[in-house]
Design a protein around this ligand. Structure first.
Ligand SMILES: [Zn+2]
Length: 157
């Protein structure tokens, strides 16, 4: 199969993107307790080695943006409340914003011309079909997910 992300290269089977979803969560009272049943599905999206490499780089860039945002926020607080001299927060702010810009460019460059993992999670036909049927990402209902699934089950029927 052709890689879904670039639509050019042949897929590398070992590098496919595999997404776990669960859905059709049902809870029924049984023996004084609640029994939860659900269905799990796995969506396998063909991907080539190059696209996987680009996805990985884009994810690292996104992760490294977090400390840069914190740095910029810290600089903003130091500056606004006069907690540090101008050059201290100025350098911190400049460095953080510069780094943030570099990471944004790296991410853009990495994903240029290919579909993102986010697209696979939202617009890929197989994923979308499951999401439309109320499926969520994960291998089993977590507590928060279970609650929302339970509470939304009534009106859906
Ligand atoms: Zn590809």
């Amino acid at each position: 199969m052709t890689c879904w992300f670039c639509s050019i290269r042949e897929e590398d089977e070992a590098k496919a993107l595999v997404l776990d979803l669960y859905g059709e969560v049902r809870s029924e009272a049984k023996d004084g307790g609640t029994r939860i049943s659900y269905t799990t599905r796995q969506v396998r999206i063909p991907r080539c080695g190059d696209c996987r490499h680009r996805h990985r780089r884009a994810r690292i860039a996104a992760m490294l943006s977090v400390p840069a945002i914190l740095g910029a926020a810290t600089a903003g607080i130091l500056g606004a409340w006069h907690l540090a001299s101008g050059w201290v927060w100025g350098i911190l702010l400049g460095f953080s914003l510069g780094f943030l810009l570099a990471m944004a460019l790296l991410r853009m460059y990495s994903l240029r011309g290919i579909r993102s993992v986010r697209a696979a999670r939202t617009v890929h036909p197989a994923t979308k079909e499951l999401l439309d049927r109320g499926y969520q990402f994960g291998t089993r209902p977590g507590d928060a997910a279970r609650e929302s699934a339970e509470s939304s089950e009534g009106p859906r029927k």
